[in-house]
Design a protein around this ligand. Structure first.
Ligand SMILES: NC(=O)C1=CN([C@@H]2O[C@H](COP(=O)(O)OP(=O)(O)OC[C@H]3O[C@@H](n4cnc5c(N)ncnc54)[C@H](O)[C@@H]3O)[C@@H](O)[C@H]2O)C=CC1
Ligand SMILES: O=C(CO)COP(=O)(O)O
Length: 321
């Protein structure tokens, strides 16, 4: 295992807590930054109240200093504001999955702009926070602009329970992480509306085809979409009932007041809701057809019923694959 490090994590939500526990369990010193005041004595944080923080995790709302590696586990829309007020050395690593609304920026673009001169990387994969927080085994992709940089960071941050595979495809990894949340909403809708398992499998597969089209246009590598951050996370989020994106879709498919659920972040961020309309605009900019992403965007906005969405998708011109 690599030498022990001081790791700073911004964002004390589900993912920040899980990452903190993982690194602390491997012997690293962890500073977990929370924006709200913290009751440090309880060693428990609201998002994963069943998890007692390990002694090596120091929770604070004071900016951490002197960390060797800095990770961001906030929602994507909060990343720019947080990253721009951090200082220090060592790599900055975004662990969020999404696209910024007004700029169409992926997390690595945001970090490049806000943390000039520092190495930038992305951590993404099939990783439900609750499982990682309790020490179950998992794996993810660690991407950077150069493979050697990705390998170096991955070898430092991999732990006995969390394997990291290096990649030099920032574009593919980030597109996959953002898009799979939108497809997971579609999968949830299919199950919620009792459209069947066949429909879910078709949506996952055609969703992947849409991801491939945009990935190609953006310059991402096709093989990334077969990896942990692509297919791996798509499978997990579309089939794992712990997924907030899937559960949001499920509620939408059941005609529940899902929009209120998505906007209420007390139960955790539903990134796919914010991502869908931005992803659609990005695709249009590149003249890429993403009918599934378009349909999910309309359903989220309340501009289409599930019945109309089913009819529209099933009556599209037949195509090859
Ligand atoms: N929960 C999971 O299993 C995983 C989540 N992710 C990604 O990680 C990111 C964070 O997700 P979670 O931790 O699950 O969300 P969460 O909703 O549990 O926590 C988000 C944290 O960010 C903080 N936050 C929100 N807005 C903020 C702002 N403007 N400034 C500062 N802090 C702010 C919240 O107070 C909260 O502590 C998302 O992009 C998600 O897609 C990635 C892998 C796994
Ligand atoms: O990204 C995740 C799993 O890899 C978490 O998914 P949800 O945000 O849908 O809960």
């Amino acid at each position: 295992m690599s030498a022990l490090r001081h790791i700073a994590i911004f964002g004390a939500g589900a993912w920040g807590i899980a990452l903190a526990q993982n690194f602390a369990r491997a012997g690293h010193k962890v500073t977990l930054w929370s924006r709200s005041p913290v009751d440090a004595a309880s060693r428990r944080l609201p998002r994963l109240p069943h998890v007692a923080l390990l002694p090596a995790v120091h929770v604070t709302n004071v900016m951490p200093e002197g960390a060797d590696d800095t990770l961001f586990a906030t929602p994507t829309h909060a990343l720019r504001d947080i990253a721009r007020v951090t200082s220090g050395r060592g790599p900055v690593i975004a662990c969020c999955k999404g696209l910024e609304r007004d700029t169409y920026a992926f997390p690595a673009d945001i970090l490049r702009a806000t943390c000039p001169g520092r190495d930038v990387a992305i951590l993404s994969g099939p990783n439900f926070a609750g499982e990682i927080a309790t020490g179950l085994p998992a794996a993810a992709t660690l991407a950077a602009s150069h493979l050697s940089m990705a390998e170096e960071i991955a070898s430092r941050l991999a732990t006995p329970r969390f394997r990291l595979y290096a990649s030099d495809d920032l574009t593919g990894v980030q597109l996959a992480g953002a898009a799979k949340n939108v497809i997971a909403i579609a999968a949830g809708i299919a199950i919620g509306a009792q459209l069947g398992e066949n429909a879910r499998a078709a949506l996952m597969t055609r969703g992947l085809a849409e991801m491939h089209r945009l990935n190609r246009a953006l310059g991402g590598q096709a093989k990334t979409l077969s990896g942990l951050s692509g297919m791996g996370d798509l499978i997990l989020t579309c089939t794992g009932p712990s997924s907030r994106n899937f559960r949001f879709g499920l509620a939408l498919g059941q005609n529940a007041d899902a929009r209120a659920l998505a906007l209420d972040e007390t139960h955790g961020i539903v990134e796919g809701c914010r991502t869908a309309p931005v992803l659609l605009k990005l695709a249009r900019r590149h003249a890429i057809d993403m009918p599934l992403v378009e349909t999910v965007s309309k359903l989220i906005a309340g501009d289409m019923s599930v019945t109309a969405a089913k009819a529209a998708l099933m009556s599209r011109p037949l195509a090859t694959e």
